[in-house]
Design a protein around this ligand. Structure first.
Ligand SMILES: N[C@@H](CCC(=O)N[C@@H](CS)C(=O)NCC(=O)O)C(=O)O
Length: 203
């Protein structure tokens, strides 16, 4: 049994994409971050970092609370045998794009949010433009790859695509207003046409 604690953010919704794509049943609890529910003692007991998401896994009487969206996707890939090839070379290629989405694109998108929400000490609008340009340079990188293959790591979707889709969906207006990036735009539409991904993006 899986219980996902999430918010409607790129990181928060990412495990839902993987759970839906794997066809796994799960309970979902949305946290109201504006009310600080992610810092409440009950939630800190699950994740002392006080960040979403967390996946609570109940397996044969054993309960595990797993934080970090990337770790959750990897765990589900390993336990289901889906969306992550076993062949070392193919696996390394998936991991390369997975890590670019997790450790480069997701933080760049988060930085845009922090700058635009006025969370940074220096509230200069130039900060938002700077972080947008960082994300756009990554969008160009993904676009180049998606001009060559249907999905990030080849002809089939993998955890790399599931890691990226919530970032791109969250920044859809930036993508749409940017000329070009046709490969990324095609991929975005194709991912949203997948019933499981579409369902997860609506939670
Ligand atoms: N690398 C983490 C990032 C998690 C994260 O920063 N989540 C944000 C929402 S998108 C959060 O909960 N921030 C509140 C905080 O860190 O206090 C992941 O992928 O799970």
């Amino acid at each position: 049994m899986y219980h996902l604690y999430y918010a409607q953010t790129g990181n928060g919704r990412r495990p839902a994409v993987m759970l839906e794509e794997c066809g796994l049943a799960y309970k979902a609890t949305k946290l109201d971050m504006a009310k600080g529910e992610h810092k409440a003692p009950d939630y800190l007991a699950l994740n002392p970092q006080g960040a979403v998401p967390v996946l609570v896994i109940e397996d044969g009487g054993k309960t595990t609370a797993l934080a970090q969206s990337g770790a959750i996707l990897l765990h589900l890939a390993e336990t289901t045998g889906k969306f992550l090839p076993k062949d070392p070379a193919a696996r390394a290629n998936v991991m390369q794009w997975f890590m670019t989405a997790q450790t480069d694109a997701a933080p760049a998108s988060s930085a845009i949010f922090l700058a635009s929400a006025g969370t940074l000490p220096d509230k200069s609008p130039a900060n938002s433009a700077f972080f947008e340009s960082r994300l756009l340079s990554l969008f160009k990188l993904f676009d180049g790859q998606l001009g060559k293959s249907a999905y990030l790591a080849g002809s089939e979707p993998t955890i790399a695509d599931f890691a990226l889709i919530t970032v791109v969906e969250g920044r859809a207006s930036l993508l749409e207003k940017t000329p070009g990036l046709e490969g990324l735009k095609r991929w975005h539409a194709a991912m949203k046409a997948r019933p499981a991904t579409a369902k997860a993006l609506k939670i």
